[in-house]
Design a protein around this ligand. Structure first.
Ligand code: ATP
Length: 350
């Protein structure tokens, strides 16, 4: 009903619309990118978290709420302003899939794809069908026959993940530290370097772009090497992967064709899923590259990732393509602007 109403009122003027997001995650570059493309923006912040958006002066409007449970109560206001919501990791985590699905305001991206990325079985089916190399998954702790990374479902930012190389070791850590947690995945631990590839699939041109790459700065996985192995054992430190920040990476140039091909296959397969218009806009393949240069993919994020944050002014790759600063946030705004101008807004809304 609402959607019909908004498309019948569709305007070809980008300044009639507002790019809107939740104040967290990648909101700074989304807002900044909207500005760079000459579009208005707004950010919805939980009271007390608005400081950065004020300080950097990137927001045209800041709407404050006491709690994310109030989102629906401001939705009519967002619809009235012709707001186009840009989802990011925190938005999806705080709102939950059902609320995102039922959202009436305009939404950039395919809502149905969120279920495919968040359900481990569905995600694996999708990535396997795309011909990607995935780490082996052990169905039960009893089957652990080589080092595994234990991932608890819904663990924010790698919190609580641990490594085990036998069923005994698994139960020792699990029962001692996480006795209540029974929803976990046991993934083969791949020895190599983590590389997060940031893509943008244009729904307007059909082109897949590689925007940038990052690696994460994780506590305490990235600090353990600062002390001697002997001291690590003495201190009984278990490796954990809480994300603290993101570090830009430029990859070996000869790996680029493989990364392009992987991204294209994932997009192609997404069209065969029962997931609306399939995957478009920003997404990320989370990979480990081994010493034999094999690329394993352990996860997909079907939306903008925080690893794009170091590239407010673009990356070496986006610089090559655009010859002007092009963050992923700005790329989103440009897609929206072109869609409005070309009368193709329906193509990019989920
Ligand atoms: P996200 O926030 O993207 O949903 P997350 O932060 O909860 O994910 P992951 O990104 O899945 O967690 O993993 C956290 C850390 O564990 C990363 O450093 C990643 O490189 C590492 N990791 C994940 N899976 C594997 C694997 N199969 N082998 C080796 N390392 C892995």
């Amino acid at each position: 009903m609402e959607k019909k109403q908004s498309s019948s009122q569709a305007s070809g003027n980008p300044s009639d619309y507002v790019i809107a997001t939740m104040g967290s995650h990648t909101a700074l570059q989304i807002l900044h990118g909207a500005r760079q493309e000459g579009m208005r923006n707004l950010v919805v912040c939980k009271k007390g978290t608005e400081r950065a958006y004020k300080s950097y002066g990137v927001a045209d409007e800041i709407i404050l709420v006491d709690d994310w449970s109030e989102w629906e109560s401001i939705e009519d206001e967002l619809i009235k302003r012709k707001a186009i919501i840009i989802p990011h990791g925190s938005f999806i985590a705080y709102m939950g899939h059902d609320r995102v699905k039922n959202m009436r305001a305009m939404y950039f991206g395919t809502k149905e794809i969120l279920e495919w990325e968040s359900n481990r079985t569905m995600e694996r089916k999708w990535l396997q069908a795309a011909g990607l190399k995935l780490p082996h998954v052990f169905a039960t702790p009893e089957e652990i026959a080589k080092p595994v990374i234990v991932k608890f479902h819904g663990a924010g930012g790698g919190f609580g993940y641990f490594i085990a190389k036998s069923p005994e070791q698994f139960y020792e850590v699990k029962n001692r530290k996480y006795p209540e947690q029974n929803d976990f995945a046991l993934q083969e631990y791949i020895v190599g370097v983590p590389i997060y590839a940031h893509y943008f699939q244009s729904a307007l041109t059909g082109e897949l772009e590689i925007m940038s790459f990052d690696k994460r700065y994780e506590s305490n996985a990235d600090s353990i090497g600062r002390i001697r192995a002997e001291d690590q054992l003495a201190a009984n430190i278990h490796t954990s992967y809480t994300i603290v920040g993101n570090i830009p990476v430029v990859i070996r140039e000869s790996l680029l064709p493989a990364f392009f091909s992987m991204g294209e296959r994932v997009v192609e397969e997404s069209k065969k899923l029962e997931a609306g218009k399939g995957l478009f806009g920003p997404f990320c393949l989370e990979c480990i590259v081994t010493r034999k240069l094999e690329i394993f993919v352990f996860e997909i994020s079907a939306r903008i990732v925080a690893g794009t944050n170091p590239f407010t002014m673009g990356s070496p790759y986006s610089w090559l393509k655009y010859d002007e600063p092009m963050s992923t946030g700005r790329r989103i705004a440009r897609e929206i602007k072109f869609a409005i101008e070309q009368g193709k807004l329906a193509k990019i809304l989920g």
